[in-house]
Design a protein around this ligand. Structure first.
Ligand code: FPP
Length: 241
């Protein structure tokens, strides 16, 4: 959700004002996702690297998060939204962590939509944590080396049971992944918009979804194979796309 700072700077406002406005975009995009039936929505709200920002900005962001969770939990219950979080939540301030865990628990049986907040998250950190779990299970002879495959690794990441994202939207025109979902986005479609996150609302979101609908997802196969519903005829080799 990039561009809050730039949005504020362009208007002579504080970065925190940009984040406040960005919080409204979060509300709008969750609401719209629910209405159009998006089953899983992940929001990269705070990266591991964001801890290095000035103290007052980190503090304000944590306050916005806690306020968002406190206010939106009623709506999550009303609309059957389940909340999950990815990242190292042990680093979060106690108040934020408690509120987060309360809302995760409260909404755990909801099944109409899942919102996943990435908090104190980085893709590399997630891979390191997953590798430690794997290594420890192998060392304690709970896991055979040959049992390690992509499916097992997926279950040990922060997103077990969550399908890989179909679409990754990057706001503010940045052409990089910034350590997000490094494992999960292997085959996600990328959409980059120059729109700054605080201005990313219904219209921009619809534009992204419409463009996504026009993509052809081949998952390494050829166009011709896409019209053939029998993937068992796929031969080894060939380039991925
Ligand atoms: C990146 O923009 C944005 C963040 C580090 C924070 C995102 C937080 C919110 C949208 C508000 C709270 C979140 C929730 C889930 C309620 P930036 O500050 O790096 O912008 P810049 O690149 O223009 O400086």
């Amino acid at each position: 959700m990039d561009g809050n700072g730039r949005w504020a700077k362009l208007r002579g406002k504080s970065r925190i004002e940009g984040h406040r406005r960005g919080k409204t975009s979060v509300r709008v995009i969750v609401e719209m996702s629910r209405k159009i039936g998006i089953p899983f929505l992940s929001l990269y709200a705070f990266s591991t690297e964001n801890w290095l920002r000035p103290q007052n900005e980190v503090h304000a962001l944590m306050g916005l998060l806690e306020h968002y969770l406190a206010v939106e939990q009623a709506k999550m219950m009303r609309y059957g939204i389940r909340l999950l979080a990815v990242g190292d939540r042990t680093r979060l301030p106690l108040g934020v962590r408690r509120t987060l865990e309360h809302v995760i628990e409260l909404t755990s049986s909801n099944n109409r939509m899942t919102v996943i907040l990435a908090l104190s998250y980085s893709g590399r950190d997630e891979i390191v944590r997953m590798t430690k779990k794997l290594a420890s299970d192998v060392r304690e002879c709970k896991l055979d080396l040959d049992a390690i495959d992509e499916r097992l690794i997926s279950t040990l990441m922060d997103t077990p049971g969550v399908p890989d994202p179909d679409l990754l939207i990057r706001t503010s025109g940045e052409l990089r992944i910034s350590n997000f979902y490094l494992w999960q986005i292997a085959y996600s479609e990328l959409y980059v918009t120059p729109t700054l996150w605080p201005d990313f609302r219904e219209r921009e979101y619809l534009q992204a979804l419409i463009e996504y609908q026009q993509r052809r997802r081949r998952f390494g196969r050829t166009d011709e194979q896409l019209v053939d519903p029998a993937p068992s005829s796929v031969e080894a080799g060939g380039s991925k796309s």
